[in-house]
Write a protein that binds this ligand. Structure first.
Ligand code: SME
Length: 161
């Protein structure tokens, strides 16, 4: 399959989210392997969503989150249940949106460039399967609207799990 982002440069942020959702709908229709899907989901997010330094997945493995497919700099390979923003989304089974990661003392700094963060849990059979983690080098990068869009993105993927 060949793929092009040609023509997406001039889309508005909302139109880019629509493009990402359409892309993921096509991916989950054509491919069933979650690893391959997560790899392409990280890539399309990083390619189209502005001002991110990290986008990717952590997956629940026993009592830890283990690094999954992502785009960005190398990151912590394991996160414990009791520490960090990703683990909070896991424990609460709800998104976590931080305007300033340094104001959240429990934050685990994997990439020192990160200033704000959004984490969305993936739920399968009422249990957390993993999380989608987005990091930005800008303070207050993520709005409620971004959160709504990323929740929808995760829903499209988790329905295929
Ligand atoms: N900041 C996350 C750790 C993962 S990295 O940001 C990629 C946390 O506090 O859980």
């Amino acid at each position: 399959m060949s793929f092009t982002l040609k023509g997406t440069e001039n889309l508005s942020p909302e139109e880019k989210y629509d493009f990402i959702k359409l892309f993921i709908k096509g991916q989950v229709r054509d491919e069933k392997d979650p690893l391959a899907l997560m790899a392409n989901i990280s890539a399309i997010i990083m390619a189209l969503v502005a001002d991110l330094n990290w986008a990717g997945f952590y997956l629940v493995r026993e009592d830890q989150l283990v690094l999954g497919p992502f785009q960005g700099l190398p990151a912590c390979t394991r996160l414990s249940y009791n520490k960090g923003v990703c683990a909070k989304a896991w424990r609460d089974q709800a998104p976590v949106r931080l305007a300033d990661v340094e104001a959240f003392q429990d934050h685990v700094a994997c990439d020192s460039a990160s200033r704000s963060e959004l984490v969305i849990p993936l739920i399968k059979n009422n249990k957390v399967y993993g999380v989608l983690d987005l990091d930005s080098p800008l303070l207050s990068r993520f709005t409620e609207e971004d959160q709504k869009n990323f929740v929808e993105i995760v829903e499209i993927f988790q329905e295929s799990l």
